[in-house]
Every structure is written in structure tokens, then in C-alpha cells.
Ligand binder design. Structure first.
Ligand SMILES: [Cu+2]
Length: 374
């Protein structure tokens, strides 16, 4: 069907259309410039808001995310262009009173429009599965196995077992149930002393793990989980009460922490291939678990493998606390990525600005304490 152009000449219409195209191009260019210039550089921009990953798994997920967004932007751009093309060149004009040519039931067009989205989904699905398999893969011989217990409203971290230089494992896990431990504790203290088991024997929490080297979070102290860089680490998650979620933004990974993993048909374990650089990484509970859910913050402190062995030895042999052992290996003894809830209240709701440098947690002018010295 030939379109009528009313009184306007063909040349006039063409120049008006080209003006419109220029205007649209300017808007698109300005939009892209805003997108690029508001970031802190091309790499920052291409992460599209995601944190910098510090594990190979996180890097793989970051790359998948970047390419998924780029693919979506390309598809979005094509759709926007098609819309602009229609509203620019096929708008209603004075003197037109009939429908434009209708193209429903056009087989080639309809098949193309069905096939292309399916292809896009198939490609996204393929790369998602590849990355997911990498993220969820577990080796039989991780270098460090830690247990993570979430409870209302804090965390307990323990070292289950650690691979030694000769390839054998040193076990720190205490293979006793919570009630046995509770009874022992009560004998020592002479009164009732509850462990995360909750003391209810109609509710046997024998899946909870205990270790001779533990770090327990308190309202005054953020629990710090010290881990070595460059080693495969397994996390074994368990909740002592309700469902929590273990989330380290820089791992780009979070996982629900469930009570009764067996009855809930869940695998509480996951691994990371390695932490790629030393530093402090904040961790949070990412499952709304009750009144003080927001204060369930923790810190992962990644140190060199050498410092890690020294840290474990100090805790094991000299019974130092987490903070004392950290100071002894010349690390800042308290968390540098987050503060306890109470302190925040004291500052009137603001997180204090200067709590430390997460990229450098080394104490200045410090010499590592020799083993056996006190
Ligand atoms: Cu929680």
C-alpha cells in the first residue's frame, strides 16, 4: 500500500525524518555517555553494580553477569530501535484514515520471532549451567574445612579439619552431640548453661558441629573467620534455630543456613577454590530471621597461608582468643568492615567512617610474635 503524505512534499518529509533520526541518535549517545561516565572506569562499569569477586567462582559469575547484561542491552537496543523506527516513520498522518498493511499470520516472521527468543534463552541457559557447575563443584580434599553455625542473632565459626603439609588432616572437630557438651559445661559451671542446642530434647540438634578452635560472635564483638589465601575451603553450614543465610558479597554467593539439613533435604556444604587476595570481607545474614537479623554481621579475614598456620597454632597451643591471635600475627584484631550493632546506636545510627582499611589489615610497625613467647 502506498502511503499518502498529505500536502507535504517527499523532500520535506525526508529532511524532517533525518532531523528526527539525528535527535534520537543524540539522546542515545547522551544516555550511553552518562552510563559510562558515572562509573569509575570501564571495568567498574561493566560489572553493572556487582562487587569485585575475590574467588575464581565469583569471577566466573561476574563474567556471566556482565555478558548477560550486555546481551540484554543489545536485545533491548534492537527493540528500542524498532519502536523508535515505528513511531518516527509510521506515525499517523493528517488525511490518513485507514489501517496500515496488516502482517498477522505471516509464517516466516512468526517463526523468526519464536526461534530468536528461544535461541537467546538456550545460550543463556548453557552458560548459566557451565558457571553453576563450577560454583557448586566440590573436591574431596579441601585444604580447610570450617563449620558455620548461625543462630539468633550471631554466628559461631569453628575449624573442623585442616590439611597439613604432608597431606594428612588435623582434626579439631569435637565429635560430641550438643547435649553431651551441655552436660559437661553444666558440671563445670554448676548451673544450667545452654549451648545453641537450645536445651530442648524433643528437638535433637545433633547435626550441630563443635570444634576446639571456635570464634563466637557477641553483641560487642563481630566474629572474624580467619582463612588462608590460595587454599580450597569448605564451609559446612548449620542453623541452631531458624533459617539464616550465609552471605559474603565479595564471594558473590549466598546460601541458606538451615536447621535439620537432613530432614530439609539440603546439602549444607559448599566450597570455594580459593580466596585470591588477603584482606577483610564483610559477611551478612541474608535471610530475615527475626528482630536482630540486621546485627548478624561477620568478617572473613584472609591472610597468607603462613600467617594462617601461625594463627591456628597460637589458638591451639596458647589458647589465645581470636583477637589476641590476630594481633600476634600482626593483623588488626577487630573487624574493619563492620561494627557491632551497639556501637552503631551510640553513633546515632551512622556507621563510623574510619574503622579500618579492608585492603590492608596489617598492623603497622609490628613484628610477628615468636611461637612460645608470651
Ligand atoms: Cu540470621
Amino acid at each position: 500500500m502506498k502511503l499518502t503524505h498529505g500536502e507535504r512534499s517527499a523532500a520535506g518529509a525526508a529532511s524532517a525524518a533525518s532531523r528526527k533520526v539525528k535527535r534520537v541518535a543524540l539522546v542515545v549517545a547522551l544516555g550511553l555517555a552518562t552510563l559510562v561516565m558515572t562509573g569509575c572506569g570501564p571495568r567498574e562499569t561493566l560489572r553493572f553494580g556487582w562487587p569485585t569477586g575475590v574467588t575464581p567462582e565469583a569471577k566466573a559469575m561476574g563474567t556471566l553477569w556482565t555478558w548477560s547484561v550486555i546481551a540484554s542491552l543489545i536485545v533491548g537496543f534492537l527493540v528500542w530501535m524498532a519502536i523508535f523506527w515505528v513511531i518516527t516513520f509510521h506515525r499517523h498522518r493528517a488525511g490518513e484514515d485507514s489501517f496500515p498493511r496488516q502482517t498477522a499470520y505471516n509464517m516466516p516472521v512468526e517463526l523468526t520471532l519464536i526461534t530468536l527468543p528461544f535461541l537467546a534463552i538456550a545460550v543463556l541457559f548453557y552458560f548459566t549451567v557451565v558457571v553453576e557447575n563450577k560454583v557448586e563443584s566440590k573436591a574431596d580434599n579441601p585444604d580447610v574445612v570450617v563449620d558455620v553455625t548461625g543462630y539468633q542473632w550471631n554466628w559461631k565459626f569453628g575449624y573442623d579439619r585442616i590439611k597439613q603439609n604432608d597431606g594428612s588432616y588435623k582434626t579439631y572437630a569435637i565429635e560430641k552431640g550438643p547435649f553431651e557438651l551441655q552436660k559437661e559445661r553444666e558440671q563445670v559451671h554448676g548451673h544450667e548453661k545452654l549451648l545453641p542446642a537450645g536445651g530442648r530434647d524433643d528437638n535433637i540438634r545433633d547435626y550441630l558441629r563443635y570444634s576446639s578452635i571456635e570464634t563466637l560472635g557477641t553483641p560487642n564483638e563481630i566474629p572474624i573467620l580467619v582463612l588462608p589465601v590460595g587454599k580450597r575451603i569448605e564451609f559446612n553450614l548449620a542453623a541452631a534455630d531458624v533459617i539464616h543465610s550465609f552471605w559474603v558479597p565479595e564471594f558473590l554467593y549466598k546460601r541458606d543456613v538451615l536447621p535439620f539439613p537432613k530432614q530439609n533435604h539440603s546439602d549444607p556444604r559448599f566450597q570455594i577454590e580459593k580466596i585470591e587476595r588477603p584482606g577483610a570481607f564483610v559477611g551478612r545474614c541474608a535471610e530475615m530471621c527475626g528482630t536482630y537479623h540486621a546485627m548478624m554481621n561477620f568478617e572473613i579475614r584472609a591472610v597468607s597461608a603462613q600467617d594462617f598456620s601461625r594463627y591456628i597454632a597460637l589458638r591451639e597451643n596458647e589458647k589465645l582468643s581470636t583477637a589476641e591471635a590476630l594481633a600476634a600475627i600482626c593483623e588488626v584484631p577487630t573487624s574493619v568492615t563492620t561494627v557491632p550493632f551497639e556501637t552503631r546506636r551510640k553513633t546515632g545510627g551512622d556507621t563510623p567512617k574510619d574503622i579500618g582499611n579492608p585492603f590492608n589489615t596489617k598492623l603497622p610497625n609490628c613484628t610477628t610474635r615468636a611461637m612460645g613467647a608470651s
